[in-house]
Design a protein around this ligand. Structure first.
Ligand SMILES: NC(=O)c1ccc[n+]([C@@H]2O[C@H](COP(=O)([O-])OP(=O)(O)OC[C@H]3O[C@@H](n4cnc5c(N)ncnc54)[C@H](O)[C@@H]3O)[C@@H](O)[C@H]2O)c1
Length: 346
């Protein structure tokens, strides 16, 4: 159930049907977003706050243990409610902690980043990173509701907004080409965001455990995740959506080779990328290590590396087995693109 600001009464109703309410926040959502709930008089006085450190490096089992220990110490029972207020890191870890606590308590996601709103908080994937692998441990578990409050985007740094924009643009390839026209505007106009949330909600409800159609949401993610993981492991900054934005360059290159995609679409996207996203320096990246990371991708079967590609705009194809040599070529294609002064004009 997706709720917007006009539906706050419904949210109050859900909260009051539970014995105790716990709020999970990270340092930033506590600082920038918590006060909003006082202004709308939403929370009961006995609400208990659990604050975790911000950042992907804390999306791990140790942080889950801390959340569970706070729930135990504060006598959370099976009718308690956990409200996750934050970006995808908080909603992923909070959903997982709630789903395992006493075999599962209710949780609500209130995403406070653009990426959280249009992607991470919706669809019921929860989990943590483990042994250097992203989202390696987790469960599918649906939140009781996802509450979208656009005001939280006002304090979000531009780079975080861009990370969300990448996932919005992704919908342009797989469901509706008008998403390719999405741009960052200030103040943020909600039209594309609402449409993206609807698309994610519809696709994930049609295939809750990713047996088929839902896989199309992973367009750009195979190489994107690997680059993101590699850079973070090597102490460099990369946001989730930034990885996906680059991963889509590789997915388009491979779509030409495996699905006869028109090269014009790749060129069109390279322009979109250069206008919106950062020029990363990937000259020293180890392609071998990227392949190794991809081999652990949860979308694989029988040791094959599987991709979501497109044969045209709005025509995704999933489970395409791609040869390692072609994957290497597609990564080199990204590296060359990032070097190409024609796109980055000096
Ligand atoms: N479950 C899914 O289906 C799914 C889908 C996509 C991504 N994800 C996961 O989501 C995570 C990425 O999410 P994200 O990009 O939201 O990152 P994030 O949760 O790390 O948030 C990014 C940064 O913004 C800060 N922040 C949050 N709200 C703020 C606000 N309103 N104002 C100022 N700062 C704020 C956070 O503290 C953090 O420093 C990754 O762990 C990824 O694996 C999950």
């Amino acid at each position: 159930m997706i709720l917007y600001k006009n539906d706050i009464a419904k949210l109050k109703e859900i909260i009051s049907s539970h014995t105790k309410t716990f709020l999970l926040l990270d340092e930033n959502s506590e600082k920038y977003c918590l006060q909003y709930f006082n202004t709308i008089d939403l929370l009961k006085s006995n609400t208990i706050k659990i604050v975790i450190p911000a950042g992907e490096q804390h999306k791990n089992i140790e942080t889950v243990q801390y959340i569970w220990s706070q729930l135990v110490e504060n006598h959370a029972d099976r009718k308690s409610l956990l409200i996750n207020i934050g970006g995808g890191m908080v909603t992923d870890i909070g959903g997982f902690a709630a789903s395992c606590y006493q075999r599962g308590i209710d949780f609500i996601n209130i995403p406070t980043t653009l990426l959280g709103m249009i992607d991470a908080a919706v669809g019921g994937k929860t989990g943590v990173d483990f042994q250097g692998l992203k989202n390696q441990i987790g469960v599918f578990s649906q939140p009781l509701a996802v509450v979208i409050l656009f005001e939280f985007l006002e304090t979000l740094p531009k780079r975080e907004l861009l990370s969300g924009l990448a996932e919005i643009i992704k919908y342009g390839f797989i469901v509706d080409k008008t998403f390719l026209e999405a741009k960052l505007t200030y103040p943020i106009y909600p039209e594309y965001i609402e449409k993206a949330i609807e698309a994610k909600d519809e696709i994930t409800l049609s295939d809750t455990t990713e047996q088929g159609r839902r896989k199309i949401l992973n367009f750009g993610h195979t190489v994107g995740h690997a680059i993101e993981t590699y850079l973070i492991d090597n102490h460099q900054e990369m946001r989730h959506g930034e990885g996906v934005a680059l991963g889509m360059v590789s997915a388009l290159y491979l779509s030409e080779k495996y699905c006869n995609l028109d090269h014009k679409i790749t060129l069109y996207y390279k322009d979109i990328y250069a206008k919106n996203f950062n020029r990363f320096d990937l000259n020293d990246i180890s392609v071998g290590e990227l392949l190794e990371i991809m081999r652990h991708d949860k979308k694989n079967q029988d040791g094959d590396i599987r991709f979501v590609l497109i044969s045209d705009l709005e025509k995704p194809v999933y489970d395409v087995v791609v040869n390692p040599e072609d994957i290497v070529d597609s990564i080199n294609y990204i590296v060359d693109y990032l070097r190409d002064e024609n796109y980055w004009g000096k």
